[in-house]
Design a protein around this ligand. Structure first.
Ligand SMILES: [Zn+2]
Ligand SMILES: [Zn+2]
Length: 404
């Protein structure tokens, strides 16, 4: 028997209902915030991710679903959503057109990780990217939108916040960080000893216990921001305060890539293990330029759908829809016409075989239908349908056209 690949999963009821509820809720809210849907290919040139996600990252270094296609192209299944959207933004010349462009997307992402609890090789994300707005109020608005999404889904969270500075203040900070790291080098893990040269900022978010300890006295980015970055960060925290949105400053929240600038944030949940990130994002003012476009400020986020699937509170739906059945075969034609008409407005189940009334009622109950409608011998003669409301238990007979 052929099975799904390792780390890949089918999503069936009741999980699929949660899945659809998340995507629909998030899409609706994003649309209200002025975002348009964008669909980009799952497969892209490998070079796109090498340049955007970065060769030194684990994603590109170890986890890419990369292969040579029949035309000899080096291609890759997307490991994340932002790179493809930035490529599309540039390819469609929106960077040249100017103005503000906001997109939302959802779909599968692929990472060749060692499968473990909560980590899949194919997983799904919902995300938003906003291009052309440099104001920090856009960062604030995106955080507000994510809050609205999680509130609508009934998911608890806390927010972590940091600023990563800009090309003016970041290099100076990096230098002082490297000086500090060289001093404490012996206390760092092997990976971090290497990162001191390749990607020192990344050392800040190492999960290794001894690294965390060694870093306790390291200089902080937020204390080394230039005037503009500092003013922006103050504006952002002031807006969050005035909207009573709690957050926690987290100087270790870094992304380690040059095109990430200023605001970085993470929504974390305690309900799925200790402080798991359920959404993350921030500003990336230099990525469009990095990928060959006209310099364009941008900010965005992505949330992991599988990660929040268990946390979602589904709205109570109760019994709904109508079940239609016959006790005489000649009535099937009528039932199918009624079904077609009812399907314009509600969920309809039809049983094609003639059954006893008892069997129909049982089937309607099992399917969760609100109404069971059956045509028997007598009803067929009188052009009527026998109906029972399975919630109120009320029974009556109505004309074919009076079914409500
Ligand atoms: Zn700055
Ligand atoms: Zn480390």
């Amino acid at each position: 028997m052929i099975q799904a690949l390792r780390g890949m999963k089918d999503i069936l009821q009741p999980q699929s209902e949660r899945f659809v509820h998340i995507v629909e809720t998030a899409s609706e809210i994003a649309a209200r915030y002025g975002y348009d849907y964008i669909e980009t290919p799952l497969l892209e040139e490998t070079a796109l991710f090498k340049r955007s996600v970065g060769e030194s990252s684990d994603i590109v270094g170890k986890e890419m679903y990369q292969f040579i296609d029949k035309g000899g192209n080096d291609v890759c299944l997307r490991p994340e959503g932002t790179a493809g959207i930035v490529r599309a933004f540039i390819q469609n010349k929106l960077d040249k057109r100017g103005g503000i462009h906001r997109f939302y997307y959802h779909g599968p992402m692929f990472r060749y990780e060692r499968p473990q609890k909560g980590r899949l090789r194919e997983f799904h994300q919902f995300g938003c990217e906003s291009f052309g707005e440099s104001s920090v109020y856009e960062d604030f608005t995106i955080i507000l939108m994510i809050k609205d999404i999680f509130d609508a889904l009934g998911i608890g969270y806390s927010i972590k916040l940091n600023s990563l500075g800009c090309p003016e203040c970041m290099p100076g900070y990096r230098e002082s960080l490297v000086r500090h790291l060289v001093d404490i080098r012996d206390g760092l893990c092997e990976d971090c000893q290497r990162r001191v040269e390749t990607n020192p900022i990344r050392v800040l978010d190492c999960k290794n216990g001894s690294c965390k300890e060694a870093l306790a006295s390291s200089p902080l980015i937020v204390e080394n921001l230039c005037e503009t970055c500092d003013a922006d960060f103050r504006r952002l925290t002031k807006m969050l305060d005035s909207h009573s949105i709690p957050y926690e400053l987290d100087p270790k929240l870094v992304r380690g890539l040059d095109y990430y600038t200023r605001t970085a944030f993470e929504f974390v949940s305690d309900e799925i293990g200790a402080q798991s990130a359920i959404a993350g994002g921030g500003r990336y003012n230099r990525l469009v330029e990095f990928l060959g476009g006209k310099p364009t400020p941008a900010v965005g986020f992505a949330l992991g759908i599988e990660r929040i699937m268990e946390l979602v509170k589904l709205p109570e739906k109760g019994r709904h829809g109508i079940y239609l059945g016959v006790m005489e075969e000649e009535a099937l034609d009528t039932i199918l016409k009624i079904a077609h008409n009812k399907r314009k407005s509600e969920r309809v189940f039809v049983e094609y075989s003639k059954r006893s009334l008892k069997a129909h009622l049982k089937a309607a109950d099992r399917l969760g239908a609100r109404v069971c409608a059956v045509i028997g011998e007598e009803e067929l003669k009188d052009s009527l349908v026998w109906i029972k409301d399975l919630e109120t238990k009320e029974e009556r007979r109505v004309g074919f056209d009076q079914l409500d």
